[in-house]
Design a protein around this ligand. Structure first.
Ligand code: ASP
Ligand code: MG
Length: 420
């Protein structure tokens, strides 16, 4: 059994949905699990619906949601004939779930409502793809990932309950393959014991694919993207970027950790643990080899560049001149966890800790305010963090030209430079 994951871009519009269906049909001599993201920019659009609802702007929320409904209904009209009725019924069921919510008044926290509304994107897109495949006479069936993936109630960043999910996935999915070749479900979403919808964090669909592969001992996972392969840098910023045809799990987990937007950082562990290879391929040209990520050590790699903009540097200094170790350090890390934020680069001195963070404005302000009770806190915004794996001394100079370097961390493999 193989697992294919299709991201939003691969199903953004009629032609893309059809060519994605072609890729699926072309592989359907195998048993396939298809994990689907929301169409195009639907997740962003649903975020706007959730925000409007939470600010009490009910009409605006409903208007915004109507546009999403129309998009999906229009596509369905072009995708199905005989399957139109059952497909439309299924879409409408999800529309109703959201509309009921919008008609209520918010009494719980934002993250809860976000998940109840935003999860609908994947439910809608996977319905379109499933019924189009059925229309093409494929032996395909659809599953609600919320009946398979159990999570805790950390809304917007839910943690998977592996034991319960394993039970449910094994009970449900295995037997379906006696009748069907293709099982379609959603990435990114799950549910709690109380049947509340949850999401796994933005771009979490890759992670879902890895969870299914791990639990069902899949042969491989393929992530279909709009790039030819994983590249050594963003080709829009670095014209010299080259294709990486094979990478080790270790390399990819490091790249993702430093912020490379290859795949969701949580994706690698479930695959590595069961030695399941991961392929990154282009849905625009499936004949290209793409990138193979596996247990095998990466061959000689070129410098791999990851550039993170919008960094904020915070200096935490003990107020009473105690050393920045033991208790003060633990205290700070406790605050990072509480504010759901983790540093991308840190540096210790006798009485200070310097950290660079992604600038999530609200969380950063709250963290700084809490920390200021115990530490002197200084902050600088609008910085960028350059990470180079397998760096060569001579390349650093050209990459940092004209910049002031505020922080530098270096191991044999990796250099990080925080720059103004
Ligand atoms: N649709 C979700 C997002 O845009 C999840 C995903 O695409 O992986 O973040
Ligand atoms: Mg996506």
């Amino acid at each position: 059994m193989k697992i294919y994951k299709f991201g939003g871009a691969s199903i953004s519009g009629l032609e893309r949905i059809k060519s994605t269906a072609n890729i699926i049909q072309g592989a359907a001599q195998e048993k396939l699990i298809i994990v689907i993201s929301a169409m195009g920019k639907t997740t962003n659009a649903l975020e706007k619906v959730a925000e409007a609802f939470f600010q009490g702007k009910k009409t605006e929320a409903l208007d915004l949601f109507n546009q999403i409904k129309d998009n999906h209904l229009t596509l369905l009209k072009y995708l199905t004939v005989t399957q139109w009725l059952p497909a439309e019924m299924q879409l409408k069921q999800f529309f109703t779930e959201v509309e009921w919510m919008i008609h209520d008044k918010p009494v719980r926290n934002y993250d809860y409502y976000y998940d109840q509304i935003v999860c609908c994107g994947e439910l809608l897109s996977s319905t379109l793809v499933t019924y189009y495949l059925k229309e093409q006479q494929c032996k395909a069936t659809w599953l609600d990932a919320r009946d398979l993936l159990r999570t805790d109630d950390t809304f917007r960043n839910a943690n998977v309950d592996w034991t319960r999910s394993e039970q449910m996935i094994q009970q449900t999915v295995g037997p379906l393959f006696e009748e069907y070749d293709i099982v379609i479900t959603q990435g990114f979403i799950g549910s709690t014991d109380e049947n509340e919808s949850t999401t796994l964090g933005r771009e979490g669909s890759d992670y879902t694919a890895a969870i299914f592969a791990n639990i069902l001992q899949g042969e491989s996972v393929t992530i279909w993207k709009d790039v030819d392969a994983v590249m050594s840098a963003d080709p829009k910023k670095y014209p010299d970027a080259s294709i990486l045809s094979s990478l080790s799990f270790t390399e990819v987990i490091e790249m993702a950790y430093y912020g490379a937007q290859v795949i969701h950082p949580k994706t690698i562990k479930p695959l590595q643990n069961k030695n399941i290879p991961l392929q990154v391929k282009s849905f625009l040209d499936p004949s290209l080899p793409g990138t193979l990520i596996s247990q095998h050590a990466s061959k000689q790699l070129p410098p791999i560049i990851v550039h993170k903009e919008n960094q904020v540097l915070i200096q935490f200094k003990t107020k009473d001149f105690s050393f920045m170790e033991g208790e003060p350090i633990q205290h700070l890390h406790g605050l990072f966890t509480a504010h759901r934020i983790s540093p991308n680069c840190t540096q210790n001195t006798a009485i200070s800790l310097w950290c660079s963070f992604d600038h999530h404005a609200e969380r950063i302000e709250a963290l700084a305010a809490d920390a200021a009770q115990f530490f002197d806190v200084e902050m600088e915004k609008n910085l960028s963090l350059l990470t180079i794996r397998h760096y060569k001394e001579e390349s650093i100079e050209s990459l940092t030209k004209g910049k002031t370097i505020l922080l530098e961390q270096k191991t044999q493999q990796t250099i990080q430079l925080l720059m103004r």
